[in-house]
Design a protein around this ligand. Structure first.
Ligand code: ASP
Length: 330
């Protein structure tokens, strides 16, 4: 595990994954995002740091939170935002991913936010365009802005990330959220545990610096954070769990299993949640434990910070400046 380094500048032009980002770069993005939380809570939510710039959201997979929050983030920063609907685009006339990207690139966008069902597709696309690219989730590979918003939620609630025990439960094998979180949490000095059935935990994942548990209560013992994941049925080819009911019995989070974690452990979920499949309603809606809606809120702030970072406009944003000196917590 790396020890968090002092604050540094964010260097990369694209954000394709958490892997490879330093603790300083992650801290820099989180600090900037923290500054946007207050702006987003106020009545006047506009800043103009991206005025004159164009953001295109290009989503080849379904999304509610990520696409909407990137749209809001871009608009709140003053950018022109276009949402490309793949359903009505020429992709359905046989145009390739690269041709679509190059067509959009010819219109001189400043940022492309791309979600794609295939791991690696966003990185490939980033090599063909001249603008900045942010990965909105590629297959089961990475979902960097999700891990950043999770980290911001944790940091604001717990005051730190380093030293916390974070247990990620469920479909690890198909989850880009799990992979990005493992990279981020390890880089920031947390202890990461994974819980799930053997069929949903990739072999030798311990090499990523995590501990693996197949007994959920053991994996939750003393945890500060419980991060639940959805079964990614759309990515499964074959049968990975005997039945949804049995999956819930062994790996669904309910009050009984949560009691194994620390009394103040937070419950997180990237959404969309499937009640009764990976999480019980009583836990998902427990206002003392669940921070699921707060994660959504942090998502807008994190995406604003990412948009400024990749466009090199961060220094001109008044909201981002104070956060570099002082980290607000709530
Ligand atoms: N929304 C997250 C993702 O796009 C998690 C999920 O879909 O289960 O990966």
């Amino acid at each position: 595990m790396n020890t968090p380094a002092p604050d540094t500048h964010f260097a990369p032009r694209h954000i394709l994954g958490i892997e490879g980002l330093s603790s300083g770069e992650i801290t820099c993005l989180l600090d900037a995002a923290d500054g946007f939380v207050a702006l987003n809570r106020g009545r006047q939510k506009k800043s103009n740091s991206l005025q004159g710039l164009t953001l295109i959201n290009l989503f080849f997979e379904d999304s509610t939170r990520t696409r909407t929050s990137f749209e809001l983030a871009g608009k709140r920063l003053g950018a022109d935002v276009i949402n490309m609907s793949v359903a009505t685009s020429s992709i359905h006339k046989g145009e390739s991913l690269i041709d679509t990207a190059m067509t959009l690139n010819a219109m001189h966008p400043d940022v492309l936010v791309v979600r794609h069902p295939h791991s690696g597709a966003v990185q490939l696309l980033s090599q063909k365009v001249t603008c900045a690219v942010i990965n909105g989730g590629d297959g089961s590979h990475e979902h960097p802005t999700q891990a950043l918003l999770d980290a911001l939620t944790i940091r604001r609630r717990k005051g730190t990330i380093g030293g916390l025990v974070v247990t990620i439960c469920g479909d690890i094998a198909h989850s880009r959220v799990a992979r990005s979180n493992i990279h981020l949490l390890n880089t920031m000095g947390a202890r990461v545990r994974l819980v799930g059935p053997p069929t949903l935990i990739p072999p030798m994942i311990e090499r990523m610096g995590v501990e693996v548990f197949h007994d959920m209560k053991k994996g939750l013992e003393g945890a500060d954070i419980v991060m639940m994941l959805r079964l990614q049925l759309e990515r499964m080819h074959g049968t990975f769990v005997p039945s949804l009911r049995e999956n819930f019995h062994f790996y669904g989070l309910d009050a009984d299993k949560l009691a194994a974690a620390k009394p103040d452990a937070l419950v997180m979920h990237p959404g969309p949640i499937n009640r009764g499949v990976e999480i019980d309603t009583s836990v998902a809606d427990d206002i003392d434990r669940s921070v699921i809606t707060e994660q959504v809120e942090m998502g807008v702030a994190v995406r604003m910070a990412c948009l400024e970072a990749v466009t090199g406009t961060a220094a001109t944003t008044p909201a981002a400046k104070p956060k570099r000196k002082k980290k607000a917590r709530s």
